[in-house]
Design a protein around this ligand. Structure first.
Ligand code: DSN
Length: 467
């Protein structure tokens, strides 16, 4: 390995052990030889990201150290089971990786047990639901078109063929109507109630949902994928002690890799070893240890005070958007927001969610079309537009910038409603210019970090504690 000897002096910089540095740099060299087209695609993707504002509510900016952790080679190992109880040899090191992620997850959420192996949030949900329920068992979940999630036994999901799902809807005001959930529970007698969703902007009242679960003898499962960062930071009430089992994805708000967690509180009626068995061998085989390393980094980052401060900005920015919309007479599902999300309700208007999403994308802003409760339009057109503030909160921008942006988007919606084409709308042009200015300022901020070859931040980045 002549190459390794040559690279060693440089590899020691930033506190990165030489073998690790070689792995990454040799891998990149090999990629340049064998799949240069992928490097071109990666460069294009990074360039595109540097030119856009991401307001997709189901995402957060993946921490650079998280991306690096995934490339450390841990994924190359095959091993089923849990630390100290594996079915394959050679796992002493990855046992420690997994343990690190487990301890950080428990600490972050005040959980008494964490399973960090689910390959996605959906797989965390499927593991738990299939583990807790027998074929044909009744289960109560939020209607997909009212903000629920596909993996909550929604009709299009295969799981719905194996269980007996009933769905609860939102009330007229677009908020959770506990008496309606209670009524549905009384008639369907579910064994499990699942709460949390993908497009619900208000606070989830876990305590009230637990009272419903208790009345009908059901277990309560809470999927906090969209709000896990807020929960971790205390900016949204905790699902504990009310939920027996809590699931979350790790990328939506935790800046982590695509992956999931299953958590249990001290008072849960589901045992820790049962939860582990639901995931493996119940649903998955070998975990991805690279993903577990990346989860450990993200969870470490979320334990830092800076993350809590960012979650405060997430909520504040979302309120700025809500105010910009409602003050212009535009409707929001739930009337406003308590979280990172606003869901614009365009029912009764000519403009669709798809129209707005396309016009925004052309101006360099990503925000997805979304169904709203009782939507007369199809999922391809929709009457909703979902906006999230997770990315903005980590960009280092100020409240007035967010206000300008929110007011620009609100005004654009009114322009589109008035049948103006984006290109003939002065508002659209202003918005596009604003995006360019905002991302240019952020990129300038980032320059010293991305170009840095040594220094404190580099070391912290690698260790993942300041991600
Ligand atoms: N659950 C989807 C969403 O909220 O957009 C992404 O997984």
């Amino acid at each position: 390995m002549a190459g390794a000897t040559e690279k060693t002096p440089q590899a020691g910089r930033m506190g990165v052990p030489p073998r690790v540095a070689d792995l990454v740099s040799d891998g990149l060299e090999a990629l340049a030889d064998t799949a240069p087209e992928l490097l071109d695609l990666a460069e294009r993707e990074l360039q595109g990201r540097a030119e856009r504002l991401n307001l997709v509510a189901a995402s957060s900016p993946t921490a650079p150290a998280v991306l690096a952790a995934q490339a450390l080679g841990f994924s190359a190992l095959t091993a089923e089971g849990y630390p100290g109880r594996r079915y394959h040899p050679g796992t002493a090191v990855v046992d420690e990786v997994e343990q690190l992620a487990v301890v950080r997850a428990e600490l972050l959420f005040g959980a008494s047990h964490a399973n960090v192996q689910p390959l996605s949030g959906s797989m965390a949900n499927l593991s738990v639901l299939l583990g807790l329920l027998e074929p044909g068992d009744p289960v109560l979940a939020m209607d997909l078109s009212h903000g629920g999630h596909l993996s909550h036994v929604s009709r299009p999901a295969s799981l719905a063929k194996h269980l007996e799902p009933t769905y609860y809807q939102l009330g007229e005001d677009g908020t959770l109507d506990i008496e309606h959930v209670r009524e549905k529970a009384r008639t369907s007698r579910p064994k499990v109630i699942i709460c949390g969703g993908s497009a619900y902007p208000r606070t989830i009242d876990f305590a009230a949902l637990r009272s419903v679960a208790d009345e009908v003898g059901a277990l309560l499962v809470g999927d906090i994928s969209h709000i896990s960062g807020l929960v971790a930071a205390g900016a949204h009430p905790s699902p504990f002690p009310h939920c027996d089992v809590v699931t979350t994805s790790t990328y939506k708000q935790l800046r982590g890799p695509h992956g999931g967690l299953v958590l249990r509180g001290p008072d849960s009626r589901v045992a820790a070893n049962a939860i582990d068995a639901f995931v493996f061998p119940g649903f998955q085989g070998t975990p991805d240890f690279g993903m577990l390393a990346a989860k450990a980094v993200a969870l470490g980052g979320a334990l830092e005070p800076g993350f809590g401060e960012a979650m405060g900005r997430v909520v504040r920015y979302a309120r700025i958007f809500a105010e910009a919309f409602t003050s212009r007479g535009l409707s929001l599902v739930g009337g406003g927001t308590d979280t990172h999300m606003v869901l614009l309700d365009l029912r009764g208007q000519a403009v669709t969610g798809r129209d707005v999403s396309r016009a925004l994308e052309a101006a360099g802003i990503l925000a997805n079309k979304n169904l709203v409760p009782n939507d007369p339009r199809t999922p391809q057109r929709t009457s909703g537009l979902r906006i999230g503030t997770n990315h903005l909160a980590f960009m280092g921008i100020e409240d007035p910038d967010v206000r300008d942006l929110a007011e620009g988007i609100a005004q654009l919606v009114l322009d589109l409603e008035a049948d103006r084409r984006p290109e003939s709308s002065a508002v659209w042009h202003r918005l596009a210019a604003q995006v360019t200015a905002l991302v240019a300022a952020t990129e300038r901020e980032k320059q010293p970090v991305s170009r840095r070859t040594e220094g404190k931040e580099g070391i912290e980045g690698i260790e993942g504690v300041a991600a």
